[in-house]
Design a protein around this ligand. Structure first.
Ligand SMILES: Nc1ncnc2c1ncn2[C@@H]1O[C@H](COP(=O)(O)OP(=O)(O)OP(=O)(O)O)[C@@H](O)[C@H]1O
Length: 299
């Protein structure tokens, strides 16, 4: 089956500088895919190429196996630049205008209002909406054509925690109903909470494309036991020295979490005093910073 989105060596240059370089990414049907990168990494440029808004310098975009054109784009809803709504009209009236323009039946307006949980406020003027409601109305507009894929540029940008949570719930609901979601974000925690897979972009290049659990992989078993030197010798013998790393007064063991019981029993049997033994998750932020060259505003 054709992927909803695939790019092949996609490149966009502005003068000598490449905003996007040799990008190969693939978004699978029914997933929420997070396109993650610091400001200026090239996310918007990529999304605009996907939607045929700007032309690549080289490389290809495939939407459902085809070039971005009227047939493939008819299957896509997008929220890239904030949509222009009439401030003095209600949310519902704004959507009706868009529906009429797109040749979509007005009953669909009620459906999308329901999806983004704006039905109760649909009669209120757009100008009275909170930022989160404005974003949800933008999403509703993107959903009018009942797309199989929605592409959203920073859909939670500027939202307060409640607004972010609402957007998360809505996007997960869309995916549960079979819609593929591609969103960009510079917030690792957002992507982590909402996405199935993530593509990490740094200075125009894809530096990782992985599942969120895999991004988290690489934890260690942290042990504090005394005397430390004896504990280390014991663990070196038990596991091999290459799997034991000192971290101040603790030892970090490169083992499966399920080995914790056996290791604890061994240390106690050797007469050592175990004061701490816990699974230590990797610091996702550090992972992200390492992938993106440590750009501080990325997290
Ligand atoms: N029209 C343009 N002309 C020249 N340079 C551009 C143009 N559009 C984008 N760029 C440059 O390309 C790079 C990537 O920009 P882009 O907007 O795609 O990044 P981004 O990851 O979406 O970041 P942000 O979230 O800050 O928008 C930046 O260095 C930007 O200055």
């Amino acid at each position: 089956m054709n992927l909803p989105v695939e790019t092949i060596a996609l490149t966009k240059r502005y003068g000598p500088a490449a905003a996007v370089a040799e990008l190969n990414l693939s978004v699978h049907a029914g997933e929420v895919y997070g396109f993650l990168g610091p400001n200026g990494a090239g996310k918007t440029t990529t999304l605009r190429m996907l939607l045929g808004l700007i032309r690549p310098t080289s490389g290809q975009v495939r939407l459902f196996g085809a070039e971005p054109g009227s047939a493939s784009l008819a299957r896509v809803g997008a929220l890239i630049e904030g949509p222009a709504f009439y401030p003095y009209l209600s949310g519902r009236a704004n959507l009706r205008i868009l529906a009429d323009h797109a040749g979509v039946h007005r009953t669909r307006v009620e459906d999308v209002l329901d999806v983004v949980t704006l039905t109760d406020r649909a009669k209120d003027k757009y100008s009275t909406y909170s930022l989160g409601m404005k974003q949800r109305l933008g999403l509703a507009a993107a959903l009018l054509k009942d797309p199989e894929l929605v592409v959203l540029d920073e859909p939670t940008n500027g939202l307060d925690p409640a607004g972010m949570a609402d957007m998360r719930v809505t996007l997960r609901k869309l995916a549960a109903d079979g819609c593929t979601v591609l969103l960009s974000s510079h917030l690792l925690t957002e992507v982590e909470q909402i996405c199935d897979r993530v593509g990490v972009l740094d200075r125009g290049r894809l530096v990782a494309e992985t599942t969120v659990p895999d991004l988290r992989a690489g934890g260690a078993l942290r042990v504090v036991a005394g005397p430390l030197e004896q504990a280390r010798e014991h663990l070196d013998r038990l596991l091999g020295a290459d799997r034991v790393h000192a971290d101040g007064a603790a030892l970090e063991l490169d083992v499966d979490p399920a080995e914790a019981g056996r290791i604890n029993a061994g240390l106690v049997a050797a007469g050592l005093d175990v004061t701490e033994l816990r699974w230590h998750e990797p610091d996702l932020e550090q992972t992200f910073l390492a992938l993106t060259g440590g750009t501080p505003d990325a997290a």
